[in-house]
Design a protein around this ligand. Structure first.
Ligand code: NCD
Length: 323
């Protein structure tokens, strides 16, 4: 079977493309996703579902734990009429028998029209895309990227501040292992050249150099403590310390709880600052913050479904506006 090569830049055309990395996107491509996601939101609010993809099958291959990303791709496909075939966890798949990702992908594409992949290895989605003739969507590849989460984060930010806002954004927690912040930092830099990113992490968990390089030196700054910036940022993007990425339990225990957002800290945040988190949360946001009207993390979950509906339609050259 023919191989299709690496992920192509989108350049205004989503049909047949893989969604592997935010590096494929230009600002105008992000705008197209935001516009389609808006339409999906209206459609769901008005009629709940549509038949736009009712001739298609979406395969959700989730080899790493997931609640939101898995269920939101399931819900997104089903709200557009597509059928889903899904597998969760390596233990129930032929990977546990030693099958390569290449062979799994070659097999699954015989059944499905799109493959959504979550995998513990960085670069897995890129490899899957090379071997699949069907569009592959990266649902998170190890410590690599999480492009659909970053798109839903942008959707949530623009929903509050509008497009192209010059925002100050603090990314807090495990920036080394957090794939959501790797993708979001890059997309935010694309979103507005006036965005300023503050990276707040323990010294052991700083943002990787390749992300810093691709964002550009003027737009970002490492700060040691959330206290230093909480009163000036527009967005606080909290992340969990990623226990499963640590070699030693002691190291994780030492670093967890490094930054905790609680009502006391929220008193210092601006009135229109929003609090985001890709979830799952462990203890980095105190539950008492949930009732604060500035919290947006559960709203993000809903936005994720609209953005994933948009992407599933777009990679098949379809739009809810022009069925
Ligand atoms: C994130 C992930 O899996 O990268 N969760 C998600 O997809 N919403 C964040 C995390 O696991 O901490």
């Amino acid at each position: 079977m023919a191989e299709r090569g690496g992920p192509e830049p989108i350049k205004g055309k989503f049909e047949g493309k893989d969604i592997v990395s935010v590096g494929q996107f230009e600002r105008s491509d992000v705008e197209m996703v935001m516009a389609e996601a808006d339409e999906m939101r209206c459609m769901v609010e008005e009629q709940g579902r549509s038949d736009l993809l009712d001739d298609l099958v979406v395969a959700n291959l989730f080899y790493e734990p997931s609640t939101r990303t898995f269920l939101s791709f399931e819900a997104a496909a089903k709200r557009l009429g597509a059928a889903t075939i899904s597998t969760q966890g390596v233990e129930f798949s032929s990977i546990s028998k030693g099958e390569t990702l290449e062979d799994t992908v070659r097999t699954v594409q015989q059944y499905a029209d799109t493959i959504v992949l979550r995998h513990e290895e960085e670069g897995a989605a890129r490899i899957a895309a090379e071997f699949s003739e069907r569009p592959v969507i990266n649902g998170g590849d190890g410590v690599g990227e999480h492009p659909t989460q970053a798109l839903l984060d942008i959707y949530t930010i623009e929903d509050t501040f509008g497009p192209f806002a010059a925002l100050k954004v603090a990314m807090v927690g495990d920036l080394k292992h957090g794939r959501t912040v790797h993708s979001l930092a890059r997309l935010l830099a694309l979103d507005s050249p006036h965005t300023k990113l503050y990276y707040v992490s323990p010294p052991e968990l700083t943002m990787p150099d390749d992300v810093i390089e691709s964002v550009g030196p003027n737009l970002q700054e490492e700060v040691g403590d959330l206290h230093d910036v909480i009163d000036e940022v527009d967005v606080v993007y909290m992340t969990r310390i990623q226990k499963e990425r640590f070699d030693s339990a002691e190291e994780y225990e030492r670093l967890r709880g490094a930054f905790i957002l609680d009502p006391e800290m929220m008193k210092r945040a601006k009135e229109n600052t929003i609090i985001m988190h890709p979830l799952p949360r462990v203890d980095e946001i105190s539950p008492a913050v949930d009732v604060d009207k500035r919290s947006r993390y559960f709203e993000e979950v809903q936005n994720g479904m609209y953005v994933r509906m948009a992407l599933l339609a777009m990679v098949h050259g379809r739009s809810i506006r022009q069925p």
